[in-house]
Design a protein around this ligand. Structure first.
Ligand code: AMP
Length: 397
């Protein structure tokens, strides 16, 4: 890791082009949740205090390379202006003559927000000509959009080819927390994985297994492992094509891998389905597993009791249905009662923690679901690789 940050370069009198993640939910033409905007404020404020002019750019929604009126950045600019307490000039494009002339005449302390980057197909294509046009607007580039750092797009991987490029504070913190957990965790280190699918997370399971002391598996993905053990899982969500890899992972994991011992089963996939708790040996053929059971939660609690570091991604059950939310909510409560540093990633786990009112009881909540999973998988994120290394890292080889 060890990437340069805004602190490592002179920004006074310069124009900083800052990639932020302002992909926020909108409702009635207003920002419905400003968490992501607030997360970028420390970097924006620092740059302004240091005497830079700030040009912000982000994507919003999925316009697929076309102008979509309802996905313009205007509501974001209005709300950002309230938050930073100064005018935010919103431009109607992100490249072109008008944008260039505004950028060329910026004074220190001014803030500009470019139009939705994904109105141009070149953004997602990582078109270097487009990237160069974006880069021509500024003197330095700052990436504070951890949530899109796993995408090699023009604004994340392309622009840094043309400008001195550093990370913002949000990016710095995400990389530091996730990086130190993976390379130098305080032990015992427990990994917890849930969610629907095994297939998208095999790399994460493998990489985490090699690093953790205990690995707790729940949610829909545990079904595939239970079936691989030869158990009846009824109508549960299972990925048959992942059975061989599940078997292999269990062999390699030895005693580290802990699977559910009891489950809540339902007679249908519905909020009002009939539900009962059974041991994993007794799943009826016509029923399906929708949550982990109380004995599993006690077992998980035992395994977590001495943990010093915990990383959690993915719900333990279909928490969207109240009858099958207990596993996820109870696990969240157990985490708040440990002495461990707790790191949570993934949109669903965060939504569940929010519903349980426990989000602020976690040590670190990652803002990037996909990006944090790719880091946990051991991958290098293109938006991070493109930034300059810190001097000492270069010298140290
Ligand atoms: P993911 O995107 O892979 O993290 O999956 C999150 C989704 O997994 C949530 O919407 C949950 O409802 C779903 N999920 C969790 N446990 C189960 C289960 N036992 N069966 C089906 N879906 C599940």
């Amino acid at each position: 890791m060890g990437k340069k940050t805004v602190r490592d370069i002179e920004v006074k009198g310069k124009r900083a082009l800052v990639r932020v993640d302002f992909n926020v939910p909108l409702a009635d033409g207003q920002v419905a949740d400003d968490t992501r905007i607030r997360a970028a404020l420390p970097t924006i404020q620092y740059l302004l205090e240091q005497g830079a002019a700030v040009i912000l750019m982000s994507h919003l929604g999925r316009p697929k390379g076309q102008v979509r009126e309802e996905l313009r950045m205007d509501p974001v600019a209005r709300w950002l202006s309230e938050l930073v307490g100064r005018e935010v000039v919103k431009l109607d494009d992100c490249v072109g003559k008008e944008v260039e002339s505004t950028a060329a005449n910026l004074e220190p302390g001014q803030v500009v927000l470019l139009e939705n980057l994904r109105f141009h197909p070149e953004e997602e294509e990582n078109d270097l000509d487009f990237a160069q046009h974006l880069a021509s607007l500024a003197d330095v580039y700052v990436n504070d959009a951890f949530g899109t750092a796993h995408r090699a797009h023009a604004s994340t991987a392309g622009v840094p080819q043309y400008l001195p490029s550093v990370s913002g504070f949000l990016m710095e913190r995400e990389l530091k927390v996730l990086g130190s957990v993976l390379t130098n965790p305080i032990r015992p280190f427990v990994g917890i994985l849930g969610g629907a699918k095994v297939s998208g997370k095999i790399g994460v399971i493998r990489n985490l297994l090699s690093r953790v002391d205990v690995f707790l598996l729940g949610g829909g993905m545990a079904n595939t492992f239970l079936k691989a053990q030869g158990r009846e899982v009824g109508q549960s969500l299972v990925e048959d094509e992942s059975l061989p890899v599940a078997r292999q992972i269990m062999e390699e994991a030895g005693g580290k891998l802990v699977l559910p011992v009891d489950v809540v089963v339902a007679d249908a996939f519905a909020a009002d389905a009939k539900a009962k708790t059974v041991s994993v040996q007794q799943v009826p053929a016509k029923w399906r597993i929708l949550d982990v059971g109380p004995e599993t939660l006690s077992l998980f609690e035992e395994k977590l009791a001495s943990a010093k570091t915990v990383i959690w991604n993915g719900p333990m059950g279909v928490f969207e249905f109240p009858s099958f939310a207990a596993g996820t909510f109870t696990l969240a409560r157990i985490l708040t009662e440990t002495q461990a540093t707790t790191i949570v990633g993934g949109g669903d786990s965060i939504a569940a923690l929010q519903q349980a009112g426990l989000l602020d009881r976690m040590s670190h909540v990652s803002t990037g679901g996909g990006a944090s999973l790719e880091l946990l998988e051991g991958k290098t994120l293109p938006g991070v690789a493109a930034l300059e290394d810190k001097e000492e890292d270069v010298e140290g080889g």
